[in-house]
Structures are given as C-alpha cells and as structure tokens.
Design a protein around this ligand. Sequence first.
Ligand SMILES: [Zn+2]
Length: 359
Amino acid sequence: MTSLEQLVFDLSNAFGPSGYEKEVREVFQKAVAERTEISYDNLGGIMAFHKGSSEIPKVLLAAHLDEVGLMVRGILPSGYLKVVPLGGWWAPALVAQRVIIRSKKGDHYGVIGSKPPHYMSDEERNRSLKPGDLYIDIGARSGEEISALGISIGDPIVPAVEAGFLSPANFVVGKAFDDRSGCAAVIQVLKEIDADHPNLVIGAGTVQEENGMKGAHSVVALAEPDVCLVLEGAPADDFPDGGPLIQGKLGGGPQLRYLDPSMIANRALIELAVQTATELGIPYQTAVREGGGTDGGVIQTRGLGGVPTMVMGVPVRYAHSHQGIISLDDLKATIHLAKELINRLDQATVADLKRNPWM
Ligand SMILES: [Zn+2]
C-alpha cells in the first residue's frame, strides 16, 4: 500500500461524527506535524501553517474532519437505543447497517433494526421512513444491561465500516469520504508542496460541517485568509439513473463548482484553476449544483471583506451512507491541481481575484 492509500484508509476508518472529531484530528495532526506549524481553534478544528517565500497572501485549504453519524437519544427499557441523526441521512440507507457506539467505557457494535416486512401493514410499507423510526440493537436484554456497558444519552455513533480496495478501476470503498477525501488532499498538499510557494498556506481541518458548518466560522476568524480552496468529497452523480447531465463522475478529476445553494464561487479563481488544469493536462470537471453546501459558504462571507473561494470536489459515490466509493486517480488529480494553484496564488494574482471576481 502506498503512503497516500494508507492515509486515505486511516482517515476513512477514523471515528469522527460532527462534534466528536478527535480521532480524525489526530490522524491529520500526525501526518503534517513534521512540515508545518500547528494550532487549533476552540471547537476542535486544526490549522497547519506552511510558509513559502512570502507570508502573504494567506491561502486557506479547508476540509472538514467530521462525518455524518448518529447520537443516542434514549435507552428503551426493552434494551434498544433510540437515536437522532448527526448530519443529513436518507433513512432507508441506514436500515440493517452495522454501527459503532462510542461510550465512556469503550466501543460497542450494534445493528440498526427495523420492522421486518412480515409484520408491516400496507400503510407501513408505503410510508417513507424517517431516522426517528430507527433503533439500534446491541444485543442487550434490557435498558439496565445497556447502561452497565457505559452507553448513555449523547453518545456518538458512526458506521462500522473498514475501507477496502475495489478493482479494477483504482477505486476505494469505505465510509466518510465526505470529507476525508478532502482531508487526505489537504494533508498531502502540505506534505508535497514546494518550499518556495509565493504565499502562506494554511491547511485546515474544520469541525461540525455536517451540523451547519460551525467549524468554518471559528477557523476563518483565526486564519483571516485572503483566498480559499475548499477541498470536499462531492457527491458523484454517475449512478445508472443519474440523467444526461453528469457533473461528478468517478475518474473525471476534481469537480470545480460554480454554484451550490451555499455560495457562488469566485469565477476568476475557477478560470485560473481551469487554465492551470488545461495547461498541465490535469483532468477536471465543472458543476452547477442544485443541492448541498460546504464550508465555503461561510468562509467566503465571514472572512474580512469577503474571501475569494472555490470548491474542488473529489467525487464520492453514495455519499452520506455506509459505503462510499472514490477514485484514487481523482484524489491525486485534486492534490496535483491544488499544489499548482497554490504556486500561482501570489500577491498580485490574489489582489486581482479580490478586485475582479468575475470572468
Ligand atoms: Zn462534506
């Protein structure tokens, strides 16, 4: 396994739903400690500073550490756990899946249960499932048995999934690629970036993106960036009935996003990315997204006077489910393009992006 593959596996396997990102931050911190100066915000986020030949402009590379998960809402006397979602789940994707519940006394496996079809009325079969309908079965016979294991209200839960390779296309399957693929890209850029890039790079791992982009607020206030690349695990749309407008195809390269409901990207910055990718033969794809949102929406407007921002997405099939799939080639292309862009984001270029954000 290459070191990049190992990094992707470690990040994917790490436990880190919104508000509980400790393990992911440790992987991030360990990976960049040698080459960067590290500091933290007060919510759990991390910032790794890599100074090139100049201290300005400040280039923020942002990825979120957290993944979608669940939280224990209550313990039923019958020995089941009721849960609430942390982040946006489609409830049917949770049914019959294994999960890990992290308690003060350690981790416990459970299965998300649901009523078998044999016991469903016609009305129940046709009704749409909600996360609140679901419960977790850990094999306990009573609420007391659950409490004795150390499990209590407020404990965080993630999918019980180990990353693995999918052949033959250089794909990896696992959980949390939204946004651990972005975390892997930020980390790898910090590890590989040239010593004399004409700016100060701040690689950030934000917290609680899936809970309303909370960590983007705290990071942008401390980092005060001049320009920002948000590195995301962007939901792929190349599934069989994805329609004729596929804009997030595995193997198509990073997805450069003009628009999503959280922001309109700095068009001049996208043009610079397209020009850079074209010159160097790096694959990329462009997208206009009707749904979703990223930390970029916060960073763009909360930075002093506004921050030229764009999103580069590694396409993730089946995002926000137990089993996502990414292409390692897309990840490598994202890292390559981000590094080359950083080399071009000098003081004059970033001043231009601020003065003339259009095409
Ligand atoms: Zn995300």
